[in-house]
Design a protein around this ligand. Sequence first.
Ligand code: TTP
Ligand code: MG
Length: 362
Amino acid sequence: LKSLMGRVIFHVDMDSFFASVEKRKNPALEGLPVIIGADPKGGKGRGVVSTCSYEARKFGVHSAQPISKAYKLCPHAVFLPVNMELYQKVSERVMALLRSFSDRFEQVSIDEAFLDVSEKVKQYTSPQQLAERIKDEIRRKEGLSCSIGVAPNKSAAKIASSLRKPDGLTVVNPEKVKEFLNPLPASKISGVGRKMQERLASLGIKTIGQLARQPLDKLTEHFGRWGLRLWEVANGLEEDEVEDSYPIKSLGTEHTFEEDVGDWAVVEDCLNSLVEKVHRRVLEEGFLFRTVGVKIRFEDFETFTRSKSRQIPTNQKEVLHEYAELLLKEFKDDSRKLRLIGVKVSNLQKVGKTRNLLEWSR
Ligand code: TTP
Ligand code: MG
């Protein structure tokens, strides 16, 4: 068995990605607060902020905030609609470049990837030098900046990339992982959101170091398998492999209603058109999917996602529709009005990859 010791893992995350791509396209935006969001209508739209430039972040604007709130915080910002096609194209080029620098490559989202460079790094004087080379290439070819975290495992690399944004580079030496993690807040661990943070705080756990020092049984008692995971990550013992992946992990779309909707017939109409759209893209891209997901946001912004998987991949619209409808049903009796619904497919497989297909349906 190949030892996982001595791995060099990079986590690369583009800086204010959608906003940076817009700035690259229109240099007049340089230095200005730029806010990207669905249907911005000059700040009066009903969508949420996808992202914003670092200039806008100084005013407290951030992802997932209602556009109207962002407008109050930063009325002089430039508001732009989401041009997903453009970002997708740039993302594909950036990911191809990152892939070329890696032994194993795993795309995590539109602007984020893990690279296992354990072998490749031997061609350079240090991991630092390889990371700088990658940053230079992305800047030269795409005019964009990114932040890179370097560590012996994925979880530490991901945390490292977030520490010196934008245009950051943080290298964690293998013997310094615990020292690096200890003082950081537990919320830096991927998957520890506000709720989890509160539950940890109620046990007196604020930092990753405090988490690391807990008896393992105490954590599993409170959090099950997730407790074990937290303990591993906190102690720098996580050893997940970088899983080679396809560039596109999911295809989806969502719709924010002009006015909150209480009539389920309207919701169903909208669902039909979202299913149509997603299905068209599935066929265009030549994918099969195994998982259908829905997203639903109520008028008070409470948001839920649900998904349902099947064993055997398919590209049939009927399946997509049936699953999506089934998943939405759960929310039908809620008295609140709806603000947004979304549909996506994931666990994608290119048609014709028979070897993988066989593995999947085993
Ligand atoms: P992130 O990497 O989370 O954010 P970012 O690249 O804009 O900024 P940072 O410098 O902090 O990394 O997400 C990547 C893109 O995904 C982002 O540019 C827009 C999109 N996105 C949304 O549409 N909605 C969201 O809630 C988030 C978090 C991101
Ligand atoms: Mg980013």
